[in-house]
Design a protein around this ligand. Sequence first.
Ligand SMILES: C[S@@+](CC[C@H](N)C(=O)[O-])C[C@H]1O[C@@H](n2cnc3c(N)ncnc32)[C@H](O)[C@@H]1O
Length: 210
Amino acid sequence: MTDGRHGGSLGAVYDAKRPEEVASLYDGWAETYDADMAANGYRHPTICLALIARHVPRGATPLLDAGAGTGLIGEWLSITGYPEVEALDISAGMLNQAAKKKVYTRLHTLALGGSLPFADGHFAGIVSAGVFTTGHVGAEALPELIRICRKGGAIVLTVKNTLWESGFADRVAELVASDTVTRAEETQPYVSMPGEADTVPSRGLVLVVR
Ligand SMILES: C[S@@+](CC[C@H](N)C(=O)[O-])C[C@H]1O[C@@H](n2cnc3c(N)ncnc32)[C@H](O)[C@@H]1O
């Protein structure tokens, strides 16, 4: 998947500097993304699914898949008893692939990091797999996700170590200290793509809104 033949690779997308560049790289990768990720043993959706099952009651609605991409998690949420999931992504091409899976109730082409057009407390839970990482989205996106998640709802996300160590952990500590969220769970560090050369670990994190 890293040979660039299809315009996509994690290396290329992490090097992208501007949101439009990220969107365009994913647009070009969308068609082969699922096969490429499967071939490299992509783990984030599996880890997130386990955390959702532990922290979000079966049947809770609606959920938001933030940075849903082609909808890998959406398929499994549907199978495991979460009937109403909305998908948000900056890449229309990725969302077009997600639409084909017919598992999301709504698709939103939007960017994380700024304000989002959802009411306070709208979502029962939020998942974001493989999005809080170098070159994509950082801690600046947390306040909006917290605002649109209802009190007691869980925000399940993966965070790459490079981001975690460059201010993300401090921001989470501040949100905990201000009683905005509780840090309900954190996984062991793991490599998200065992088949890739990049071995920087990530962690799964569960924040519960207070
Ligand atoms: C590695 S993919 C993960 C996709 C999906 N969650 C999965 O696990 O397969 C990262 C996704 O984040 C999206 N993304 C990157 N920056 C974003 C932003 N600022 N706002 C919304 N989505 C963004 C990309 O378009 C891409 O679909």
